[in-house]
Write a protein that binds this ligand. Structure first.
Ligand code: PMP
Length: 362
């Protein structure tokens, strides 16, 4: 193509881009922050793939504009509120979140001119709270209460939104716009990037949006794709899938953003074949192995995803392609997951392979 033609065609291509969710465009230019949601790289986890004889692939979700897997849900939740007329210019987005959905929403709000108010449990990492505040969100840390308690952070978010004009509680747990984000983006991306050669997917679950959305899309393409739920300590979903009982597994977990005490609307009717209970020792070991053996600096929900992908590889045997995701970066948990003292206090120091403990700070 001549230089002159390139110059002539460029503005036309920009004008033609109707949607800022640029995933179906072949253009390499992304349309602002909103265009940086989705189309994340699908990465081969090299050493683990070689070790297991499976292709272990992961969507690098920390490459989204807001830095986590929750940016996809945040984009769809805001769009859903706008389309339903619940959010008009100058309005307020209110959400209950472990942090990442809030960070995604705060980015969307800055890009679109909304106010953002976040209610989150007060046991989440300080880095996520600081990030939210830097992004201009109003943050209300709440005492940790179960869903059944009226003071649970989600109910506080709902009440606050109701008390304001032109405000919406985006309700990531039960608003299925969240799952739709993954039916319309993550699922199709995985299908296209693997040329349909995907045998299994496995994800830790918070709202259930990622697992249910990806699982729904892929099962629709090929019913033989196996869908595994990976559950951290202290969550009910492992027992729910195994025997229909909402009983927690023992312990609580150092992972953040995953584990659940109930079946959310996003998870309801998800096509799940089996569940794996992943202990913190395994999630932590794989967080540090990913760092030192593969070069990825991630949070513990990602360590859990990779520990689970290894178990799926062992269950299925060599020759299969297993897809998961790298949810967010380790920077968001530096003071906690990468602290020698925190790991020691939780009895998790021995989970970090000895040579990798040099990454810990005091
Ligand atoms: N990992 C992290 C770090 C998260 O914040 C979340 C969402 N809370 C998840 C995984 C799980 O995603 P989902 O809500 O789609 O189940």
């Amino acid at each position: 193509m001549s230089v002159g033609k390139q110059i002539l065609t460029a503005p036309v291509r920009l004008l033609r881009r109707k949607s800022d969710f640029a995933q179906y465009s072949s253009d390499s230019i992304r349309n602002g922050l909103l265009g940086m949601v989705g189309r994340t790289p699908l990465v081969r986890i090299n050493k683990l793939s070689d070790e297991t004889g499976c292709e272990i692939l992961a969507k690098a979700e920390f490459c989204n504009g807001g830095g986590s897997v929750k940016d996809r849900a945040a984009y769809f939740l805001v769009k859903d509120a706008e389309e339903k007329g619940l959010l008009k210019p100058g309005g307020t987005v209110v959400e209950g979140t472990a942090g990442n959905t809030g960070i995604g929403l705060a980015h969307m709000c800055l890009a679109k001119g909304y106010r953002c108010v976040i209610f989150m449990p007060n046991n989440q990492s300080k880095e996520k709270i600081e990030c939210l505040q830097t992004l201009g969100a109003e943050v209300y840390p709440c005492p940790v209460k179960p869903w059944t308690d009226p003071d649970n952070y989600n109910h506080q978010a709902a009440r606050y939104a109701q008390s304001l004009e032109n405000a919406v509680w985006t309700n990531q747990f039960d608003n299925t716009a969240n799952k739709r984000a993954h039916i319309e983006t993550t699922g199709p991306e995985i299908w296209q990037e693997t040329n349909g050669k995907v045998n299994a997917v496995v994800f830790g679950t918070g709202t259930g949006g990622t697992l249910a959305g990806v699982g729904t899309y892929l099962k629709d393409k090929n019913k033989n794709v196996q869908v595994f739920l990976a559950d951290p300590q202290g969550s009910v979903l492992y027992n729910y899938i195994k025997n229909g009982k909402l009983e927690r597994t023992p312990g609580d977990s150092i992972t953040e953003g995953i584990g659940q005490g109930r079946v959310t609307q996003n998870l309801k009717d998800a096509p799940i074949d089996d569940a794996l209970a992943i202990k913190d020792v395994d999630a932590v070991e794989w967080t540090f192995r990913l760092l030192h053996e593969e070069g990825f600096f991630v949070g513990a929900s990602t360590g859990l995803n990779i520990a689970a992908a290894k178990q799926v590889a062992e269950l299925m045997g060599p020759g299969h392609t297993i897809v998961t995701c790298l949810c967010d970066t380790g920077q968001r948990y530096y003071g906690k997951l990468y602290s020698r003292k925190v790991l020691q206090d939780r009895g998790l120091l021995d989970a970090v392979p000895e040579p990798y403990r040099r990454s810990l700070h005091d």
